[in-house]
Design a protein around this ligand. Structure first.
Ligand SMILES: C[S@@+](CC[C@H](N)C(=O)[O-])C[C@H]1O[C@@H](n2cnc3c(N)ncnc32)[C@H](O)[C@@H]1O
Length: 359
């Protein structure tokens, strides 16, 4: 009983706090689940670690998108909160095992759209600093590998600048904070794309691609359209996905980079998932690889998360992230913070070369 109450509170909190103001559908559905004893008992069929609202709602959404929960799909399409609440409870009761199977097999994925707006100028800057006109991108903690399309998107910034391909099917927008312009360096030719993750998502697999869509909330059609465009673009040049721990996999990934191309390793909000002691080992791997060739690392990570990257003196856990560009060459490291990012790439401040660039 006490356990059910805890679960009920978690769903009520998700509805009234997390979804409130952002997703009227999830607000209504989560609160309805929190008030339904049968629905909560169905959720409890899942192991405790797989019962959280974001995961169960994504599992329900996945069944709706796959055609196995048509009433829920219709309610979401009509943005009908009352019908969605009833259909979500009905789906949980009728298809308990299916919902639980999805929740156990998958993990909730953050919507990755938007990172390229921050990565683009930083990757171009890294290549420029290394004097490279051809690069192989190696995204660490790549999830679905959407960062690996960075050279193939178009980006409009709020200060009137634009970068990338204006005719790309993926058009991103990003607010620029402050009055500093972004560098307009050309993106080098990308001659290879490699993603490393403990659990990468293969965008060419329809079930895995649908799961990414299912993790979006059903009343976010613009985000769903952007994700669809990103998935379609990525599927036309799928990266090589390497499954495993980044520290173990990096040497093999770097060895695949042909002579004449600069390896540019990217991490976006990935290193915080690594155990603390793995972060310096990740840096050490880059350093080792640079004994024989230059290696670049572009990071967009929380303040103080990326080892060796200066922080402008910002407090840790400030809520924003630091954009870092590091060059490893003959075991010498030049690491610089070039900007700040907020809201996972929706806002950006470019600061390279400014006087505030103290460590
Ligand atoms: C918070 S997600 C970030 C994903 C993506 N970079 C982004 O910007 O949304 C962290 C990713 O790192 C992966 N990850 C965690 N530890 C890892 C490790 N030791 N080696 C490789 N990948 C890891 C996780 O599987 C997950 O996909």
């Amino acid at each position: 009983m006490g356990r059910a109450r805890t679960l009920a509170e978690a769903y009520r909190h998700f509805g009234t706090v997390d979804a409130a103001g952002t997703s009227p559908l999830y607000q209504r559905v989560a609160v309805a689940l929190s008030e339904s004893g049968p629905a909560l008992r169905a959720i409890q069929v899942a192991p405790a670690r797989n019962r959280n609202p974001a995961l169960i709602l994504a599992a329900l959404h996945d069944l709706a998108l796959s055609g196995r929960a048509p009433a829920l799909a219709a309610a979401y399409a009509a943005a009908d909160g009352a019908a969605a609440a009833a259909a979500a409870i009905g789906t949980l009761l009728d298809l308990t095992d299916e919902v639980v199977a999805v929740a156990v097999r998958r993990k909730a994925r953050a919507n990755e759209t938007g990172r390229c707006a921050v990565l683009y100028p930083a990757v171009a800057e890294a290549a420029h600093r290394a004097g490279a006109d051809a690069v192989v991108l190696i995204d660490v903690g790549c999830s679905a590998g959407l960062n690996l399309s960075v050279d193939r998107v178009g980006i409009s910034y709020s200060n009137g600048q634009s970068l990338g391909d204006p005719s790309s099917p993926v058009q991103l927008s990003c607010s620029v904070v402050g009055d500093r312009s972004l560098p307009t360096r050309a993106m080098p030719e990308v001659v290879g794309r490699i993603g490393i993750d403990l659990d990468p998502v293969d965008v060419t697999d329809p079930d895995q691609a649908r799961w990414l869509r299912a993790c979006l909330w059903p009343d976010q059609p613009e985000r769903a359209a952007l994700l669809d465009a990103e998935l379609a673009l990525a599927a036309t040049a799928p990266p090589l996905l390497l499954t495993g721990d980044a520290v173990e996999m990096l040497p093999g990934a770097l060895a695949r980079v042909p002579a004449g191309a600069l390896p540019v390793v990217t991490t976006t909000w990935a290193l915080s998932s690594f155990p603390l002691e793995r972060r310096p080992r990740f840096l050490h791997r880059l350093d080792e690889a640079a004994t024989h060739r230059p290696v670049s690392w572009v990071s967009v990570e929380g303040v103080g998360v990326a080892p060796a990257i200066p922080t402008f003196g910002d407090r840790h856990a400030s809520g924003h992230s630091i954009i870092g560009v590091a060059q490893f060459s003959h075991s010498a490291l030049h690491a610089e913070a070039v900007g700040r990012s907020w809201s996972r790439g929706r806002l950006l401040s470019w600061l390279a070369g400014s006087k505030s660039e103290a460590a």
